[in-house]
Design a protein around this ligand. Sequence first.
Ligand SMILES: Cc1ncc(COP(=O)(O)O)c(C=O)c1O
Length: 371
Amino acid sequence: VNPFAVPDLRARRSATWAEYGPDVLPMWAAEMDVVLAEPIRAALAEMVARSDTGYAHPGRLGEAFACFAAARWGWTVEPAHTMLVPDVMRGIAEALRVLTPDGAAVVVDSPAYPPFFHWIPDSGRRCVTVPHADLGRLERAFADGAAAYLLCNPHDPTGTVRTRAELEAIAELATRYDVQVVVDEIHAPLVYDGAHVPFATLDSPAARRAVVLASASKAWNLAGLEAALLVAGPGAWPVVRRIPEEVRYGAGLPGVLASEAAWLHGVPWLDAVLAGLDARRRLLADLLAAEVPAVRYTPPAATYLAWLDFRGVPGLGDDPAAVLLARGRVALSAGPTFGAEGRGFAGLNLGTSERTLRAGVRRIALGVGPE
Ligand SMILES: Cc1ncc(COP(=O)(O)O)c(C=O)c1O
């Protein structure tokens, strides 16, 4: 079965497909053009058959994630130290509220997933940005009194995956400067060579008090169903458990049931999707080289997000996505919304069929114009 063979994408009501008119090819939001995994379809169909549409209850979601995390990464998760949250961003905001004081500085890498810049201030904390993977600048931010570091690994939007040595260096700095680490590992199931190191598995005080946000939403395309899991290290749990119980009622039962099915029974589907994405991330390099050689692109080590550097293309300015939408009728993610380091970049979603990817690159070439 080819998970990318979706019969009619234009009929979809999700954000990707509903935002623009029929003349635009949407390749922006972090959703995939895939057919749902069969175990997830079955879980959702059974839920509807039972008219089981009340409030979410976590049930054995923590156990399901623990099974997946142990098998995939050798990470032993304590289900009693997990908490159902509506989504990753809400989990991050709630964790920061209980773990850091009002007005505290929270460090994020730039470029960063744009909602970080909304949710951190919304939780009453300040964003301090450092260039992605710049350990020297990270240390300076820690030394300047940061209370927390929001580490995104694998990294959105660049698709880089931190090595064990890099993570150990981060953990060492966090321990030395007493910085709380909150880790967004939403893209972890989408690492191509399986080399993801869960931060919580490091042998370090900072790792033992880390809070990790995990979710099936990116890897199994469940973002609209609303469920994510907060996983607290033993040192963080006594504080994290103070997150109000009301928060979990923002989660959706479809999200809980679908995530449970994904983690327990969705691995064959996930690996089929990864094989397709792996081919697509390489194909994109060939297509760009042939059709828009001035665009710079390094295939991501994880995720279906391609981070395209248009700075060498004349006439596209700080926000190439705006120009490409107007001229090429292709919708990419606007680089500057990812922070200052996103100027001149745009994000393209590879989570689609080869045919759509080819069509997207043709539209990009059209938007760029003759080189
Ligand atoms: C790094 C990162 N964090 C969080 C999210 C959003 O997750 P959620 O919808 O669970 O808040 C995304 C979605 O693309 C993401 O890329």
